[in-house]
Design a protein around this ligand. Structure first.
Ligand SMILES: [Zn+2]
Length: 240
């Protein structure tokens, strides 16, 4: 990786729990300060594929702590971002497997975030692993999510993120019919041949410490990315 590589960062919850999908609000604030200082262009998701050295910011699940802790900071720096929402759970407390037990934004929060420059993307209706569902249910999770966001916010969402990053060909085909791009969870930088329906991202979990985050921004994280990817592959194999 180098300074001219572009990548998509994934945040979930900004809270103090120390969970694997959480960073503290202070860490997030520091990340945005370092990102601004790095001089890298921070762009909308769809622009990241064509802008050298760019960073796109994504937030999965639509936690209310995005509204409370991130929105002002993003606005202050003029950074665009995409929030992927679970359309059947807005306004509730997240309770699917692996969730931070935190409140989720309701539609009025999402409408305001949208007015303040945040793109709202889809993340299914109920956050299942789409690869484990019968085809008809899988398609409903993708299409109803898009339709609900469009009906509630008056804007058709352009992007989707697979719950748990999990997809296979059939799931990607369904996403392709409903959205113009989709993010997976494969750890990596964007390549010219990256699939628009399984875009690699960089989960902030691996880079939440300041030094690691600075290395990433400086394009010095190649060895670490390869190491983390191989560990994830081993872990997946062990889990079957
Ligand atoms: Zn999620």
């Amino acid at each position: 990786m180098s300074g001219s590589d572009s990548f998509i960062l994934t945040y979930h919850s900004l809270d103090l729990s120390g969970s694997v999908i959480s960073v503290t609000p202070e860490t997030f604030r520091e990340h945005m300060r370092l990102l601004a200082a790095s001089g890298r262009p921070v762009v909308r998701l769809e622009e990241a594929l064509t802008t050298p050295g760019a960073v796109a910011l994504t937030f999965d699940d639509g936690y209310l702590n995005f509204y409370d802790c991130a929105l002002d900071i993003l606005e202050q720096y003029g950074f665009p971002a995409t929030v992927f929402v679970v359309s059947g759970r807005c306004g509730q407390v997240a309770s699917w497997e692996g969730a931070a037990a935190e409140a989720l934004m309701d539609w009025s929060h999402l409408a305001e975030a949208g007015k303040r420059g945040v793109s709202i993307g889809g993340h299914s209706v109920s956050h299942p692993d789409l690869t484990h569902l019968p085809a008809a249910e899988m398609r409903v999770e993708i299409e109803d999510c898009r339709d609900t966001i469009r009906d509630k916010l008056g804007v058709s969402p352009a992007s989707f993120a697979y719950p748990y990053g999990a997809s296979q060909e059939q799931v990607r085909n369904a996403a392709q019919k409903a959205f113009s791009l989709a993010c997976g969870a494969r750890l990596g930088v964007l390549r010219t041949d990256s699939s628009r329906f399984d875009l690699p991202r960089i989960d902030i979990y691996y880079f939440r410490e300041q030094r690691r985050f600075q290395d990433l921004l400086a394009g010095r994280a190649t060895a670490y990315l390869i190491l983390r990817n191989s560990l994830r592959t081993v872990r997946k194999r062990l889990l079957g």
